[in-house]
Design a protein around this ligand. Sequence first.
Ligand code: SAM
Length: 276
Amino acid sequence: MSTPEAPQPFPGGEHHPGESVRHTRAKGEPRFPDGPKADPAGSHFERRIRSFQPRRSRVTAGQADALQRLWAKWGLDIDGHAVDLAELFGDDRPVVLEIGFGMGEATAQMAAADPGTGILAVDVHTPGQGNLLNLADRTGLTNVRVANGDAIILLREMLPADSLDGLRVYFPDPWPKKRHHKRRLIQPEFLDLAATRLKPGATVHCATDWEPYAEQMLEVLTAHPHFENTRADGGFAPRPDFRPLTRFEGQGLDKGHVVNDLLFRRVQHRVRPGDR
Ligand SMILES: C[S@@+](CC[C@H](N)C(=O)[O-])C[C@H]1O[C@@H](n2cnc3c(N)ncnc32)[C@H](O)[C@@H]1O
């Protein structure tokens, strides 16, 4: 019997590098007793089409240690319960949501450069969660919280309306095959949801090295009535100084890919030519 081919979010199907140590445990033993839950949302909030590919992931000993030690302090399981951001961060600082932080190096750099802003960083990737917790701990960051699970459930079920000061989506899985385009995160329905959770004036910052996806992002963001391009020419933005190069961006640049940033603003309701 042949095994069906798993859908690959990247051209060539590459995965996160540097995942070398398999965490072994006895049958029935939870993977991280004090760390992130394996399936915090359970089947109740299951989505049919997901923007990520669930995969077995190996964690290093350092990542496992960070997940165990720091999850109770800085972790958030995406389990469908409402989140109070002031309680999560310990004050009412502005909070930006970063979806898909990967291994978290760029997230940690951005948090260090802007300590007055809270970064709620969400990914399904366990080694990355451990890595980001480790980076935050080692560099003394107190403004990063790490969420474990699907960002859609976090947005839809857990975050209050008008609660976020910004949204960052850096190098989301490009899902290059046409039949997988429906898995791409940046779609009109996603923007409908994000718009309700963002404060008016909040910035949406996306970047991708996959040009057809960049074009799609520009098209759907431009067409959406609750977002306006910060660029007067209506096009892509140069990479702002505050965004460091990310791991996936580096891999894309090595292959000669062109990187595009998009910087949009949440508006109450944009009146477009032709609208009544
Ligand atoms: C291509 S990687 C980019 C990682 C990082 N931003 C970078 O540039 O190096 C995309 C990441 O998004 C995560 N991801 C995709 N869909 C997600 C979702 N719905 N919720 C949370 N994380 C998601 C994946 O697990 C993966 O780590």
